[in-house]
Design a protein around this ligand. Structure first.
Ligand SMILES: [Fe+2]
Length: 148
């Protein structure tokens, strides 16, 4: 594996999550009347699919790569364990967002509009915090490997 590919994959994953967050924020701003049900339904299913794809890439490719390349790095295992715990919580949250948006798109919302908006903002704010923390923690490691 070349040293450039893991960093590219890391950046691409975060860019995809950032796009998802922007689309969810736009949807939240449009609730309840300025939301197209087809767009809402498609976005609903994109949430867990994107989160799952990105975290799988990080956990299956990126984290093992860093562990392999930086075997003596203190606290790396602890850091990666913490990030994996965030991933697990994010995926559970993503599935709740999917259900809420799919129900709303189908015209049978199980939650009030305010509750859906609150849930969406909690989700994308959390994703943005995760991305920022992950970058703060891991980009210096790529730099240390001569790839940052
Ligand atoms: Fe992550």
């Amino acid at each position: 594996m070349s040293i450039g590919r893991p960093l590219e994959a890391f950046e691409a994953g975060h860019a995809e999550l950032a796009r998802l967050c922007a689309d969810l924020e736009k949807l939240a701003d449009g609730l309840p009347d300025n939301v197209d049900s087809g767009t809402c339904d498609a976005l609903a299913h994109r949430v867990p699919a994107t989160v799952s794809e990105v975290l799988r890439g990080e956990e299956d490719l990126l984290f093992p790569y860093l562990t392999r390349r930086l075997p003596d790095m203190p606290d790396l295992a602890t850091t990666l364990t913490r990030l994996k715990a965030e991933h697990h919580a994010d995926l559970c949250y993503a599935e709740e967002v999917e259900e809420a948006l799919a129900d709303f798109a189908a015209g049978r919302p199980g939650l009030s509009t305010d509750a859906i908006g609150y849930m969406l903002r909690g989700f994308f704010d959390g994703q943005r915090r995760h991305i920022a923390a992950e970058r703060q923690l891991l980009l210096p490691l790529f730099a240390r490997l001569g790839d940052g």
